[in-house]
Design a binder for this molecule. Sequence first.
Ligand SMILES: [Zn+2]
Length: 508
Amino acid sequence: MSQKTTFITTPIYYISGEPHIGHVYTTIAADVLRRTALTRGSAFLLTGTDEHGQKVAAAAAAAGISPQAWTDALVPRWQALTTRFGVVCDDFIRTTEERHQRVVVAVFEALKARGEVYLGTYEGWYCTNDETFWLEAKLVDGRCPNPECRREVQWISEQNWFFSLAKYRDRLLAYYRANPHWLKPQSVWNEMYAAIESGLEDLCISRSNVSWGVPLPDSRVMYVWLDALLNYISAIGYGVDPSRFEAYWPADVQLIGKDIARFHAIIWPALLWALDLPLPRLVYAHGWLTVDGQKMSKSRGNVVNPFALADRFGADAVRYFLLREAAFGSDFSYSEQKILQRYVSDLGNDLGNLVHRSLAMLAKYRDSLVPAIAPSSLVLPAQHLGERVYEAFAGLQFREGLDAVWELVSGLNRLIDERKPWALAKAGEDAALDALLYEICEGLRWIALCLEPIMPEKARAMWQQLGLAGEPTGSWAELLQWGLLPPGTRTVPGAPLFPRLLDDVPVA
Ligand SMILES: [Zn+2]
């Protein structure tokens, strides 16, 4: 029986700025989920760009070009970001594409036919920066209540379409209670549950005096947030290609930042129900990257440029750092000192040095050829590593999965220190030396396979240095069996995996 494709989404990125490391964080996590899923079956990763809204229109106007020209100029930067970090997207959707816009219109028509939307007057405030409607009572000192924003809001009085969100309150509460794990982490679940419990208002889903959006049949445009949410189903052919749609939906994991949880954990499920569609299996809201305790944001001027970081440390080291340093759901306190520390210690000293000295010893004592041994002489207990790493990565416990891989890295380093291949060579204990060298190389093969989801480029380099053909990818059930490294394999010691950085001073 064929397994359903694991469908993973990131938020689509609002293009009105430069990509920062926070965007990369989500996208890398999605890529790890994708690569992990591929070790058992098939996977599909969707990402893209959110290109409509008043803010984009205003930025384009200020630049003296059309909004379409403006977004066309910015999108390649976002696409380059995924490529730079080794992320493989199966689809990259832009909300300005025709394939998306026609689904937005079809969804609107379907909601209308089902009596889920009605015309009314929206009188209230709007924050253009957040593209969010705010009721008078929510404002703080007459300004946007979002603590990260606090900008002036604009009074709007428009005839608009409303989505009947309020009536879904009880159904949402019941769903949350019956599915305590559909939204993670628990803190976000609690916050959203409380928000639903305190009551929901119907949602204004169109704009009348805004032109940069998906045009609805009555000359209004779709509210940019609803437009954006629909990318998750437009990209996989909702309403256009039912068999394709059913092969992917519901999504297995929808990754979001916790600041957009309200849209994904309240509005989105209600909207899916209104369309009679099942909900995603998991919505996972990761924490914020903080610098000195403050959220990284353009307005604070403390954003880290991901391209510069990748140039300095290499994309894989950045991927590793982001997923090892903090639990994925928590806030993440970023500093360059921390990434340097991880680079020097975990990657350079532990892993890089292990690979380097292992292959150097094999070259010295066995002419770089993996020795033949009796399988019974293997001692390292790594049999269950594949299952542990898979469960951890697939469950977004990236740090725990890496801890498990590092047990093997440390185990091999310890094995070398304790069994002293140089002493075995000197004493002429050939069988013992063969067994030890084989075991170390086999351990390296396992490490390359288990690290591929996190550091695809370094895993490939390890694979090549081990003299193995192809790529360190494929079914872990088949590949992660102790003793599969073919005797006689000629290893190819190469450049250090994590070379010293020019400014790599010792870190306190
Ligand atoms: Zn705001």
